[in-house]
Design a protein around this ligand. Structure first.
Ligand SMILES: Cc1cc2nc3c(=O)[nH]c(=O)nc-3n(C[C@H](O)[C@H](O)[C@H](O)COP(=O)(O)OP(=O)(O)OC[C@H]3O[C@@H](n4cnc5c(N)ncnc54)[C@H](O)[C@@H]3O)c2cc1C
Ligand SMILES: NC(=O)c1ccc[n+]([C@@H]2O[C@H](COP(=O)([O-])OP(=O)(O)OC[C@H]3O[C@@H](n4cnc5c(N)ncnc54)[C@H](O)[C@@H]3O)[C@@H](O)[C@H]2O)c1
Length: 489
């Protein structure tokens, strides 16, 4: 029930007053999916967005980065055409038109996330910054809403590390990268996570010199062996990846941005780049939300929530997406919205961690990962773990397409329970979904052998990796003996 404090807050305010079943703060992947679901189920929803509808993914994240990667992939195809009997060429890169392509992709998707679309669903959209007034009441500059439930889906922003001189120079983040006027001559990238590595290969393929500076290991989030293969291929394309390198200081000189680095042996050197991208992770920002007024506890990871994403301290509040501090993916934010709808509206008891979350790194070769990596599984389950592998160089479609780099590995317990899978190679992000389906539905490795895979596809690799698991059994002495006996009947 609303407290008297809420009533006082509502009465004292001169703002427009509304009542809602659900207030959603943030119109990114998480907030929009939850708002749409609730509105379609007949709830009165008020949605606050202080910036662009669609949040990070549409405007400064997945969509522009994947559009850029698509341009870069085409540029690379020019260079490597010779292997198909075509004449290779150095692609002419028109950065202005590449940017138009990026904006075109955003523009095509934008209507799905637009204010008009949500208003047509019956959602009240307020394009202002929102904050808590009490545990029940959310306000923006013009409006105050008393809500039965509140969703915090406020996302994250680039974490800016405390590096000497960084605040005094003009550096780029994901919010400014896709707006730059010229293609960088030399792009230095701080951070070898998914953002740094994806952008490194894309800009290199478009013609920039690229140096990634990673303080520990690049792509540490995925299977070690597969990350090493992908990084080797990127280095062969000319991307410089400095691992175990700390950045001591940055400054602007006449020649550009000077980055002073120190390697693991404490040797100091410097490079000068035309542009510097900071991609050293993300941080949730709750500074303007007045969470204390809402009685919402949080820490450096995000809003403190129960396994069903409900706040530990204010039962009316739910946290979705990046703000929940449980991973940063658009598909995860979408799943969080589903967890909210199932729990809050259908009173089910779905946990946010009840399904494995796949991740795809959109480089060439692409890396798709779901569940535990081999190293994680061995650490947790020791010698109960068995790994089954298959390489693309024995997949006919890959051979026909002259792209046999990489392979698949399935990590399972010896009883066939799939713990994880990783694929490196063209199409990995699509292929990994089969493993995700199996894991999400408790299917054992046998299920990955028990379907007809169309020939010739790259997806066949998962079935071949799973079939390898059974090779000793199917083609072993025991099987041969049984077949021999059966021939007598
Ligand atoms: C360069 C880059 C590439 C990425 N690529 C991928 C990818 O390929 N695949 C993938 O799955 N993920 C990718 N991600 C991650 C993905 O973008 C995020 O995980 C996802 O956008 C999170 O969605 P969200 O709804 O939690 O937050 P967001 O999309 O960040 O939305 C939050 C919204 O809340 C608004 N907001 C914040 N505070 C307030 C307030 N007080 N009042 C009103 N509004 C507020 C913000 O303006 C924002 O619009 C990428 C991220 C980056 C940066
Ligand atoms: N394909 C995808 O799905 C995709 C693509 C991009 C981003 N994302 C999401 O966005 C999140 C953020 O990506 P990200 O790459 O910024 O972060 P990240 O946290 O994944 O990686 C940051 C990297 O920067 C390094 N680092 C931190 N401080 C440093 C410093 N001072 N100097 C040098 N290196 C430093 C870290 O060791 C780490 O390797 C990802 O975790 C992911 O969830 C997903």
């Amino acid at each position: 029930m609303p407290s008297s404090l809420d009533e006082v807050a509502m009465k004292k305010s001169t703002k427009k007053r509304l009542k809602a079943d659900l207030v959603v703060i943030g119109a990114g992947a998480g907030g929009l999916s939850a708002a749409a679901g609730a509105a379609m189920l007949g709830l009165k929803v008020v949605l606050f967005e202080k910036g662009k509808m669609g949040g990070d993914c549409l405007n400064f994240g997945c969509v522009p980065s994947k559009a850029l990667i698509a341009s870069a992939k085409q540029a690379q195809a020019f260079r490597t055409a010779d292997k198909f009997g075509l004449t290779s060429a150095d692609p002419g890169v028109d950065w202005k038109r590449v940017k138009e392509h990026i904006q075109g992709a955003i523009g095509t998707i934008e209507p799905n996330d637009s204010q008009e679309r949500f208003e047509s669903m019956g959602v009240t959209v307020i394009r202002e910054e929102a904050h808590f007034v009490t545990e029940h009441v959310i306000a923006s500059q013009t409006t105050q809403v008393k809500a039965k439930r509140i969703i915090i889906a406020t996302g994250s922003r680039a974490l800016i590390p405390p590096i000497t001189g960084l605040e005094d120079i003009e550096y780029l983040t994901n919010e400014t990268l896709f707006d730059i006027d010229v293609l960088p001559e030399h792009l230095a990238i701080l951070g070898g996570g998914p953002i740094g590595i994806e952008m490194a290969q894309a800009f290199r393929r478009l013609g920039a010199k690229v140096t990634v500076i990673e303080r520990s290991k690049a792509l540490s989030c995925v299977d070690e062996e597969h990350a090493a293969l992908a990084l080797r291929k990127m280095r062969e394309e000319g991307v410089e990846v400095l691992e175990q390198h700390a950045v001591n200081a940055v400054s602007t000189t006449g020649a550009g941005i000077r980055v002073e680095v120190q390697n693991a042996a404490n040797e100091v050197s410097a490079l000068t780049a035309s542009h510097l991208l900071v991609a050293t992770g993300r941080v949730q920002f709750f500074d303007t939300l007045a969470l204390e007024a809402g009685g919402v506890e949080y820490d450096h990871l995000g809003i403190k929530t129960k396994p069903n994403l409900r706040s530990v301290s204010n039962g009316r509040v739910w946290a979705l997406g990046d703000a929940a501090g449980r991973g940063q993916f658009t598909h995860l934010a979408g799943w969080h919205a589903s967890v909210f709808v199932r729990n809050a509206l259908f009173k089910s008891a779905t946990r946010a961690d009840s399904l494995p979350v796949p991740m795809v790194t959109y480089i060439s070769p692409e890396i798709g990962q779901v569940g535990l990596t081999e190293a994680q599984a061995r650490k947790e389950y020791g010698d109960k773990v068995k790994v089954s592998k298959f390489e693309f160089d024995d997949i006919d479609r890959a051979i026909a397409e002259k792209d046999t780099v990489g392979g698949a590995k399935i990590v399972a317990l010896k009883n066939g329970t799939v713990l994880g899978a990783s694929i490196v190679g063209e199409g990995a992000g699509d292929i990994i979904q089969l493993a995700g389906l199996a894991m999400s539905n408790g299917l054992k490795i046998k299920a990955l052998t028990n379907f007809i895979s169309p020939y010739p596809t790259r997806t066949e690799i998962l079935k071949r990796a799973a079939s390898k698991w059974y090779e000793p059994l199917v083609f072993g002495k025991k099987a041969k003996f049984i077949v021999k006996i059966l021939q007598a009947f």
